[in-house]
Design a protein. Structure first.
Length: 294
């Protein structure tokens, strides 16, 4: 029964570990937990299988270099599909999955202008001219379509609601999908599993991020699935209720949260000097010596 429940929620072994610790369930026997974890896929095995069993519309992919989570969402009736936060180095993997599933890619969406990897949006559009790229108007980045709070992105019988969730960057948005069986929030770097995106570069603001999470994400149903843009500890999904109860950052007051974020003192992402300029141009990389597309 535990294995069934965990699989239904899309949990990995890391998710189980985290929830057992957060709930302080000291009575869980080690062998029982090990048995459960052995029956769940690790994040590194996320190769495009359905994220949760009851909602085959959503598939999750993992990039081990940047720990980026990419999502492929498809309308079962029309086969129209979208990609959220794809990574350039995995363009061929993603296109292969789309082809093998018989899908028709309509949009490539980004939750914000990324600083740790280059989006494959521009490359996908070059290979498939019918594909359109989407990012928020507030990001200032290039795209075929710019969205803002309250917009809908429709593909087949499905649609994504755009919720403005600035704070990590000015242009961050969360895409909300409601299917017949589940609600998904694709939060990018705004809300991570037991964490959140940084606020010390790219127009970051801790108070704004705190407000975004509490007003735009924590107001979703408690059982809504949090699908973050990254995870670094073999976890792929959480819920609104879990994050409202256990997120060590976002359960703090705005003032305490801002102080915590101010004291992180983290180095810049390794790819920031490459990723940000490229992503502002929809994933087109430039030769810095000649300012020409690579």
């Amino acid at each position: 029964m535990l294995a069934w429940m965990a699989k239904m929620r899309g949990y990995t072994p890391g998710c189980v570990d985290l929830l057992v610790a957060d709930l302080q369930i000291d009575t869980v026997r080690a062998e029982a937990k090990a048995w459960l974890q052995s029956r769940l896929p690790s994040l590194g095995q996320r190769d495009g299988s359905p994220l949760v069993q009851q909602s085959p519309e959503v598939r999750q992919f993992f990039d081990p270099v940047s720990s980026t989570l990419t999502y492929l969402i498809a309308c079962p009736a029309t086969k129209q599909a979208v990609l959220i936060d794809p990574v350039l180095e995995h363009k061929d993997r993603d296109r292969k999955a789309i082809t093998e599933l018989g899908l028709h890619l309509k949009y490539v969406l980004n939750t914000h202008c990324h600083a740790d990897h280059v989006t494959s949006g521009g490359a996908m559009r070059k290979d498939c001219p019918h594909v359109q790229t989407i990012i928020s108007k507030s990001s200032g980045a290039q795209a075929d379509i710019h969205v803002q709070h309250g917009d809908k992105v429709t593909f087949g019988d499905l649609s994504l609601e755009v919720r403005a969730t600035p704070g990590h960057t000015d242009g961050c948005v969360t895409y909300v999908l409601m299917t017949q069986t589940a609600t998904f929030a694709f939060t990018g770097d705004t809300l991570l599993i037991r964490g959140c995106g940084r606020t010390d570069f790219q127009q970051g603001n801790s108070f704004t991020l705190h407000d975004s999470v509490h007003t735009q994400i924590f107001t979703l149903p408690d059982d809504a699935l949090i699908c973050p843009g990254h995870d670094y500890k073999d976890r792929g999904v959480s819920t609104v209720l879990e994050e409202k109860m256990f997120n060590p950052r976002l359960t703090k007051s705005p003032e305490d949260f801002a102080k915590l974020m101010e004291d992180l003192n983290l180095p810049n992402p390794k790819q920031i000097d490459i990723a940000v300029p490229a992503n502002m141009a929809c994933g087109v990389q430039f030769d810095p010596s000649e300012n020409l597309p690579i």
